[in-house]
Ligand binder design. Structure first.
Ligand SMILES: Cc1cc2nc3c(=O)[nH]c(=O)nc-3n(C[C@H](O)[C@H](O)[C@H](O)COP(=O)(O)OP(=O)(O)OC[C@H]3O[C@@H](n4cnc5c(N)ncnc54)[C@H](O)[C@@H]3O)c2cc1C
Ligand SMILES: NC(=O)c1ccc[n+]([C@@H]2O[C@H](COP(=O)([O-])OP(=O)(O)OC[C@H]3O[C@@H](n4cnc5c(N)ncnc54)[C@H](O)[C@@H]3O)[C@@H](O)[C@H]2O)c1
Length: 473
């Protein structure tokens, strides 16, 4: 917007997820008068139903699998009679109570922070009546609507689980990932449909918690689109721990019988379970809120079309997060929201640096990635040397009983600049940070290799991988 005076600007934000609330914090810091319209709760789906609760659930599942590792480290678990206890038992009622409380507390913390910096929260459903005015329909059936004038609008309405006509969730046995936190007892046999990130994470979480799990995967391999070596490790771990993975199996319909569910596959096979979890992707929440009417361009998939500073096709209207489909991660939504406000309110702004976003899949082991990928190198888009070091040879991994996983680095052929990496390991989400630093700050393999690592440590494998990529002239 350039000429905007941040101190006299009214900013109205549709949606209080990471895209919305991070933008609100930046806009308030720049002196704008900021209102967030959010109908469900501050923190958005990320905090209330998606990212935060799933990771809290996974923490319990990880803790349970530590019990299995304990045996391999020479620890026998015994009850008070001295009998060996082979299994820890998850109390799903307690687990879900903790998860919901944690999500609510996180939402409350963000609300407090927003209130401290003067951001107003209006509860209700927002729509655009013009590029400079937002209508709010009252929450909980309240009568009347409030109209908010805006100099700058940010659309950060997120996305919702995709629902197929032949597989309608009922909230009891046929569930979306947003409905699982009301379960009071562990599903005896859970059929997870979809082996993308959501399906893979939650299938393994329930397996760890003690359910029998069948994973219906439409592709050759779970986690299509991810590093193939990483996906292979995860699929092997799934099968080894007893998950039934049905590859090249596409769900056609899910129906409920009295006390079970029937999942019919496109080839006619039927999979029975006590519950089904649908993880077949998301739909952006962009329809019916006035966007097209005021001229905001949507893609054929319904995502808001944005440029690298989050501008839409309408001047003064910005968009951030999952409603844009740029990269559906909480961290990216937040970055887009911050970028939008910096641009709109005339602060220094840099285009979204998508080539060094780090991401993590919270399976066990985790898969963390940054920068260029296997697909980039294999297709010839990037000329890189690649090294993969299995963690099983790392001394710390041996001590910790880690047998699965690896460190992979991609370095530019010729200059040795670190272009990307993949870490498959417990807490890979923490281990990827040095690789991200190297990629973002253009370090070469020799600089990474000559950086001290602790002995013994898993990060030693990152330095070792860099050493193996040393360029000799
Ligand atoms: C199961 C799962 C796990 C995930 N885990 C991770 C993870 O570990 N790390 C990670 O980075 N990302 C993760 N993600 C992705 C992450 O949750 C999303 O990228 C993130 O939520 C996007 O934030 P957002 O602000 O765009 O939207 P959201 O968080 O979806 O927030 C949008 C908000 O807008 C509200 N809203 C919508 N329409 C209106 C309207 N008309 N008026 C008022 N309010 C409205 C919605 O109610 C919602 O509260 C996960 C996703 C899923 C599904
Ligand atoms: N840890 C994280 O950061 C995290 C966790 C979860 C989601 N996410 C984000 O959300 C995005 C979306 O992930 P997702 O897994 O929810 O959706 P997705 O679209 O990536 O995966 C859905 C999967 O369901 C499959 N599918 C669709 N219809 C099917 C059918 N009829 N039968 C069987 N399979 C079918 C698709 O082939 C696809 O593999 C991710 O790319 C990621 O950015 C991030």
């Amino acid at each position: 917007m350039g000429s905007v005076n941040a101190r006299s600007s009214k900013v109205v934000i549709l949606g209080g997820g990471p895209g919305g609330y991070e933008a609100a914090l930046v806009a308030a810091q720049l002196g704008a008068d900021v209102t967030i319209v959010e109908r469900d709760g501050i923190g958005g789906a990320a905090v209330l139903t998606d990212c935060v609760p799933s990771k809290a659930l996974i923490s319990t599942a990880d803790y349970m699998s530590d019990f299995e590792t304990a045996h391999g480290l020479g620890v026998n678990l015994e009850d008070s009679e001295g009998d060996e206890v082979s299994d820890a038992v998850a109390d799903l009622f307690e687990v879900n109570r903790r998860v919901r409380a944690l999500a609510a507390a996180q939402s409350a913390d963000i609300s407090t922070r927003l209130a401290e910096v003067g951001v107003r929260h209006v509860a209700g459903t927002a729509s655009l009546t013009s590029p400079t005015s937002v209508r709010v329909e009252g929450a909980d059936g309240a009568e009347g609507a409030e109209d908010l004038a805006a100099d700058v609008v940010l659309v950060a309405t997120g996305a919702t689980p995709r629902v197929m006509d032949t597989a309608r969730p009922d909230g009891e046995r046929i569930l979306t990932w947003q409905q699982i936190y009301d379960l009071e007892t562990l599903p005896e046999r859970l059929v997870v449909v979809g082996s993308g990130v959501t399906g893979a994470e939650l299938a393994q979480a329930y397996l760890g918690l003690g359910s029998q799990v069948v994973l219906v995967s439409s592709r050759e391999r779970v986690l299509p689109g991810e590093d193939p070596d990483a996906a292979t490790v995860i699929e092997d771990v799934f099968r080894r721990r007893g998950m039934e993975v049905l590859s090249r199996s596409r769900m056609a319909a899910v129906e409920r019988t009295d006390a079970s569910v029937r999942v019919t596959l496109e080839d006619g096979r039927v999979v029975e379970g006590s519950h089904a979890l649908l993880a077949v992707g998301s739909t952006p929440l962009t329809r019916g809120i006035g966007l097209e009417e005021v001229g905001v361009e949507l893609s054929p998939s319904g995502h808001v079309v944005v440029d690298k500073v989050s501008r839409t096709s309408v001047r003064g209207v910005y968009a951030a997060g999952d409603c844009t489909g740029v990269l559906p991660l909480a961290s990216v939504a937040a970055a887009q929201g911050r970028t939008a406000m910096a641009h709109a309110l005339g602060d220094a702004v840099a285009p979204l640096p998508l080539h060094y976003v780090s991401a993590n899949i919270f399976t066990d082991p985790e898969i963390a990635t940054v920068g260029v990928s296997h697909a980039d190198v294999e297709s010839g888009r990037v000329r890189a040397d690649v090294i993969t070091l299995p963690l099983a040879r790392n001394p710390r991994a041996k001590m910790l009983g880690i047998t699965d996983g690896f460190v992979k680095l991609f370095a530019h052929r010729g200059s040795g600049l670190v272009l990307g990496g993949v870490v498959v390991a417990p807490r890979a989400s923490e281990l990827i940070f040095p690789v991200t630093l190297a990629v973002q700050h253009r370090l070469n393999v020799d600089q990474v290799a000559s950086t001290f690592t602790v002995y013994p440590s898993l990060s030693g494998s990152i330095a070792e991988a860099a050493r193996r990529l040393h360029v000799t002239y």
